[in-house]
Design a protein around this ligand. Sequence first.
Ligand code: AMP
Ligand code: MG
Length: 644
Amino acid sequence: MTKSRPNIMERKEFRDLTSVEDARKLVEQIRVQPETIILPIDKAVGHIIADDIPSGVDVPAFNRSVKDGYAIRAKDTYQATEPKPEELRCIGSIPAGCTDKFFVDDGETIEISTGAPIPDGADAVVMVENTKQTGDSVFIYQPVHIGENIMRAGNDIMKGERILRKNTRIGSREIGVLASIGMNDVPVKRLLVGIISTGNELIKPGDELEAGRIYDANSYAIAAAIEECGGTARIYGIVPDDAALMEEALERAINECNIVLTSGSTSAGVGDIMYMIIEEKGETLTHGIAIKPGKPVVIGMIGNVPTIGLPGNPTSALSIFNEFVAPIIYNSLGVKPTFKTKITAVMGTGIRSGGREELFPVGVVRGKAYPADKTSGAITTLSDADGIIEIRAHTEYIEAGSEVEVTMFGNVKSPDLMFVGGQCPGTDLLEEITGLVFRTLKMGSSAGFTAISGGTTDIACVNMVDSEGNYNSSVIGKMNLEDVVLVKGYRREQGLIFSPDTHVYGLKDITGLQLINRNRGSGTRALLDRELGKLAENMGIPRSELIKSLKGYNSGSKTHRSVCDAVKSGKADVGFGLRAAAEEAGLEFIPVAEDEFDFVIRKDLLDIEEIQIFLSALRSEEFSKRLPTGMYSYEMTGRVISSF
Ligand code: AMP
Ligand code: MG
């Protein structure tokens, strides 16, 4: 029986949000039955063992020597001493893998290699170090006891012994054990989880990005998360926002999989129809959980297949997966969650919350947690976040310095140093030379100063010029930043960037052209302003008048590269930025000024190892040599200034 579909034009309101606790209880109830499949040993890693595994063989399968030496009867050595060795007659030699039969009698010995089978008659092995062979005579200088240097058959693993338990996750150790009992066909559980990404805007990674499109991150991130839980992911690809096509894809996935996940189209937006399809084909258990991010989540059952509509935003999708899908996979596989590492961190800054339950993405740098929720929907939150903290309902504010528990995303290596501020290929080079992991939030110099004053970054990357042409120190002075030092960085050629067919010879020529400017708060924009001021003075007009005459002055591109992209695509005639960026983009460049790209560092961090490594990299010859064209170390590079 088909239920009637609600009118798509009616916007769904989230009036009755399910509480997190109720949603957790709900998913705790859900189990699916995985299949058992046989995988070859070299494909079994990461899977969950379906049955107890008994060993079909003894390991080792025969008594073998654990030393290079001589197989003997122990009693023939009891009288041996250093000054009065026992003399035995050597009757042969047994290398590893030898299948010939030998017998050792009283007064005899056979030379034997590590791993070789012990000959009949012998009950011990004397290490070669305690012997000396002359012709057929072997002198034994130390007594051995029965069984010495022999590993008995089945000593490692006995035939019939259970070597691995059902529900064990197969790692390298388990693979080693399976191989050593000669097992090639491994029974593992297969819990197939299908993933469908929806959205007209999505493009498959690898395809060319068209205007207005974004790459499908969720299919891959979620598939990886499924595999981390021990499930098997099946990617169904991208389905446009079209009811019939979604229905078709869902139908296929439900027929083939144990669990089906979709991403996108769960919100109340017009055209977001996923929840309606679940409602029509099965039963909706909840649509909307009182949690942020990811409130618009649908949990339903179509037949006996749990079908979960994850939000489209990648950070939300992963958080919701971790909270409400991973438990279903774990419970169904009968395993304990292992990838959800929880760590205790200290809030590096206070965070304000809406007073409702919230999953709040944070970056973790050396044990300190920083908010990583720039703007909801920013894809960078995924790469800038290391995990999430759970903010309880009615918590309005978490103070800086308070302890929080962070649930890490997978096995992420959290960064060593945090940078906020201007963007420069030079810092990427520093990251490479130091071998450290940098978290770099490229938000412009002003944001860098704000972050360092708020204590939310280790280092601010800044290139902010004042009206006198001084870089950075005057800003520190003006802001009264007392707990910081200024470390001078390097100089960079900045200038006009344009296509070869545009006629530009100097700054004065930009008046008739379409300009692409940098974002407000960026040091490069401030530098252009300063140069425009000088130009206006030469022209004998106020700067404001000059600026008014510039087309595109109010634009605000966020990076040097996006300035180049705008020029290359013809959206703008001219931009202002780094020579390095212009050259990389194959554009023309006329130098206008040199700026100073510096680092503001918190004083209390100066002695820590990571900062020391950073400073020596900055001062190194390697850095100076490898800087991109148009950037130079100079006599001030690495100099620490502490009074402003
Ligand atoms: P939706 O839930 O469909 O409204 O999507 C919310 C936001 O997430 C939109 O900005 C989408 O473009 C984005 N989004 C949806 N699906 C994906 C995906 N598979 N990968 C990356 N971003 C996505
Ligand atoms: Mg969508």
